[in-house]
Design a protein around this ligand. Structure first.
Ligand SMILES: [Zn+2]
Length: 248
């Protein structure tokens, strides 16, 4: 029987996922056995993103020292006990009206793309920069997906969207026929760059010609920005610029 791990609260202030831990901490269907695991319990108790360093940027520490870097080492060992891993996040982008949930993957393998069909999110973003991806939890398992749900001001409605996908996964039912678009995360835009050019992006809106010029991107390719960070706390990174590569 397939063993699935759902990780919630890798960021301690993303509490919709915590409800999944409270309601369905473990169990099994006729197809899978699952467990829900709290990524950063210390940060959850303070309802804060992290204690010392962002856990979801702490998985590549050479010499783990912060609470989160040490926690990342424990989590890496834990992940090995499962066949599939889903790391559940809620994120508040700059423009919460866009409502676009998305899936981040680190390897564009067919079986992972197949698993994306359980998830009711229209966009798949492939972290093609393997060096950068090492800092994320899901990089450290061969079959892992990061699910990013837009965080609204209603934790219960966010939870409902998470729960619908959770049900699809544990019953292994691909009810979703909707087409998904795969993007490659081409590069990030830093806070500093944003300041220099005075950029104001929205999620999944194509960059204008002027913006592409300012960022020295090829004019003949389309890019959309995707926010996954807290701009207040993530000093070195602002958003991913992604390039559409195909539809599935
Ligand atoms: Zn998060």
């Amino acid at each position: 029987m397939k063993k699935i791990l759902f990780v919630v609260c890798t960021h301690g202030d993303e509490l919709a996922g915590h409800k999944l831990f409270q309601d369905y901490p473990y169990g099994q269907t006729d197809k899978v056995e699952w467990e829900v695991f709290v990524g950063n319990p210390e940060a959850v108790s303070f309802n804060t993103r992290f204690i010392e360093t962002d856990l979801n940027r702490s998985f590549d520490a050479r010499n783990p020292t912060s609470y989160e870097e040490k926690r990342a080492e424990l989590i890496k060992l834990r992940l090995q006990q499962y066949d599939e891993v889903y790391d559940i996040h809620t994120t508040r982008s700059i423009h919460p009206s866009s409502w676009d949930d998305c899936i981040f993957i680190n390897h564009s393998k067919p079986e992972i793309l197949e698993a994306c069909r359980y998830i009711n999110a229209p966009h798949i973003i492939w972290n093609s920069d393997q060096e950068y991806a090492k800092r994320y939890l899901t990089y450290h398992h061969p079959f892992a997906l990061t699910l990013e749900y837009q965080k609204t001001y209603d934790v219960y409605s966010d939870y409902e969207r998470i729960l619908a996908d959770f049900e699809n996964i544990i019953h292994q039912e691909m009810r979703l026929k909707k087409q998904k678009i795969i993007y490659e995360a081409s590069r990030g835009v830093t806070q500093q760059e944003r300041g220099i050019h005075g950029l104001e992006f929205e999620d999944f809106r194509y960059l204008t010609r002027l913006e592409k010029k300012q960022l020295e991107l090829p004019a003949n390719e389309d890019y959309v920005p995707v926010f996954v960070n807290q701009t207040e706390t993530d000093a070195d990174f602002y958003c991913f610029l992604t390039r559409k590569i195909k539809e599935i």
